[in-house]
Design a protein around this ligand. Structure first.
Ligand code: PLP
Length: 283
């Protein structure tokens, strides 16, 4: 594990109790995955990390080239034979506990890689269930913040209901995203997803999928949409770094469309997997 300039064993204590990331959730993060042992869309993830850090007035302690090197070094040190995920976290660092920024603190930068268990292709073929929950998060979901409490509770509710994801619906806005994924609907060959902005995390997978869909001539609507529209879709699917492109076949107790993954998600999933190579390394 890389912690502020040093590599230490993963089991060793590394971060102080008074780290503001630990006590206050005062930090941001990224998760990057590999395909064929190479990081996927690395520059997009690092750009988003910089945006998230900027949004909470935190300076990145390292430049892009050094961060990229760290990611590759973390992967080499992990040395897993299969795919890996790389976790990067930047916090405002250790300081006596107060809410306002401390006069002096040194950010804590942590980077490590660990094995990514292979996804079961049969599961992605079959799809999974989702539940609907009110989106009760704060209003800056575009920041990839380590404050994930509502996302954690929502995902737990989904798992207890036998579902893979909680799809969140913001009062007065509509469907936003999943607890750890972006959400798409398909109807009449068109694809709908919530627009970028403060209500969603602009997923790297989301953005790449939209690019691929447009290239393939599949009409895409990035606009607010309601839970009623979602439930009327023939197809619903999720995107995310480790989720890839994953069909939702039930929402609460109702089947989505025929209750089986449909043609649009099948096509987009294949397009995504066929184009992974284009986005490897810096992307
Ligand atoms: N939305 C939320 C709330 C997430 O936490 C994530 C990823 O963790 C995503 C969407 C998907 O983003 P990405 O495709 O960049 O992994």
């Amino acid at each position: 594990v890389y912690v502020n300039g040093e590599w230490i064993d993963a089991g060793q204590p590394a971060v102080r109790v008074e780290d503001r990331g630990f006590q206050l959730g005062d930090g941001v993060y990224e998760v990057i995955r590999t395909y064929r042992g190479r990081p996927f869309a690395l520059d997009r993830h690092l750009a988003r990390l910089r945006r998230s850090a900027g949004a909470i007035e935190l300076d990145m302690p390292l430049g892009e080239a050094d961060l990229r090197d760290l990611v590759y070094e973390a992967m080499a040190r992990c040395g897993a034979p299969g795919e890996m995920q790389v976790y990067i976290q930047l916090t405002r660092g250790p300081a006596p506990r107060t809410h306002a920024f401390p006069a002096a603190s040194r950010p804590t930068l942590v980077v490590y890689a660990c094995p990514l268990p292979p996804a079961d292709p049969a599961q992605a073929e079959a799809g999974g269930a989702a539940i609907l929950l009110p989106d009760e998060r704060w209003l800056r979901c575009d920041i990839k913040s380590t404050c994930l409490l509502y996302n954690v509770l929502a995902k737990e509710r989904a798992h207890r209901a036998g579902a893979v994801e909680a799809i969140l619906v913001r009062e007065g806005f509509g469907v936003t995203e999943g607890a750890s994924t972006n959400v798409f609907g398909g109807r009449g060959g068109r694809v709908i997803t919530a627009p970028r902005g403060r209500y969603i995390l602009s997923g790297v997978t989301r953005d790449i999928l939209l690019e691929l869909a447009r290239e393939a001539g599949i009409p895409v609507e990035e606009r607010p949409w309601t839970a009623e529209e979602l439930l009327a879709c023939d197809e619903v699917f999720l995107t995310g770094t480790t989720t890839e492109v994953f069909p939702v076949v039930r929402i609460d107790d109702r089947p989505v469309g025929t209750g089986r993954p449909g043609p649009v998600v099948g096509r987009l999933r294949s397009l995504f997997l066929a184009n992974v190579e284009r986005y490897l390394d810096r992307g």
